[in-house]
Design a protein around this ligand. Structure first.
Ligand code: SF4
Ligand code: SF4
Length: 219
């Protein structure tokens, strides 16, 4: 089996191990709202990891990201993600809207732990519906481009443990960009020597490094 196929298979197994949590929380949360508290745990977990490893959380630790890659990816056309969804104004708008709604609703239902748990469940359900529509139209990871946790992780984690490209080895075949699950293009960071791939959306999944025919990438 090629190095790329092995890396892809390993990643899929890890993703499935966390993806199974997602339906439990989003469906079970409607019957047992305390499951909603899994969401703030994910928020803290994702942002904490970002300080050291960028968006590594979004690679396979995030149950929703893993579910979308491993399951929804089967029905998504995998089109080019429109630049609008990765733009700063879109990320900031989504962050402000979701955090404002969350804060207002928590204050409204304070201190009832069940109602507050349900706030998280409702928010997860609405954002997942949006993510699903975008995945079916474009790509499984469109939501991840402006997910508040992903955006914050992008900002605080940019440059943390980056993929590096050896420009002398790269033949510009662009395969690294084709296999990237969130459409980062490592070859675009080519310079005169060894350069860092400074795209904050990189999930540190290692698929590009495994796919590169010239071993020009390392993570
Ligand atoms: S896959 Fe390797 S050789 Fe091809 S463009 Fe990317 S870094 Fe360059
Ligand atoms: S740039 Fe490479 S390591 Fe980063 S997300 Fe894309 S394929 Fe994974």
């Amino acid at each position: 089996m090629s190095e790329f196929k092995t890396a892809k298979k390993r990643r899929l197994i890890k993703q499935i191990s966390t993806a199974v949590i997602f339906p439990i929380v989003i469906v079970g949360g409607w019957f047992y709202p305390l499951l909603g508290y899994f969401i703030p745990i994910c928020m803290v977990g994702g942002i904490s990891i970002a300080f050291f490893r960028g968006r590594k959380w979004c690679d396979w630790y995030c149950p929703r990201g893993s579910f979308f890659d491993s399951a929804i990816g089967l029905i998504s056309p995998g089109r080019q993600i429109p630049a609008l969804f990765k733009s700063l104004p879109t990320r900031i708008t989504m962050l402000v809207i979701l955090m404002s709604v969350l804060t207002v609703q928590i204050i409204r239902y304070w201190p009832d732990p069940y109602k507050i748990g349900m706030v998280f469940v409702v928010m997860l359900t609405i954002t997942t519906a949006l993510a699903l529509i975008l995945a079916v139209i474009y790509h499984p990871r469109v939501w991840c481009c402006f997910c508040p946790i992903g955006s914050i992780s992008n900002w605080v984690g940019k440059g943390k443990k980056p993929v590096q490209i050896d420009s002398a080895l790269c033949i510009n075949c662009k395969l690294c960009g084709k296999v990237c699950p969130i459409q980062v293009s490592p070859y675009k960071f080519k310079g005169n020597g060894t350069e860092k791939v400074l795209d904050g959306d990189c999930l540190k999944c290692g698929l590009c490094t495994a796919a590169c025919p010239k071993k020009a990438l390392k993570l």
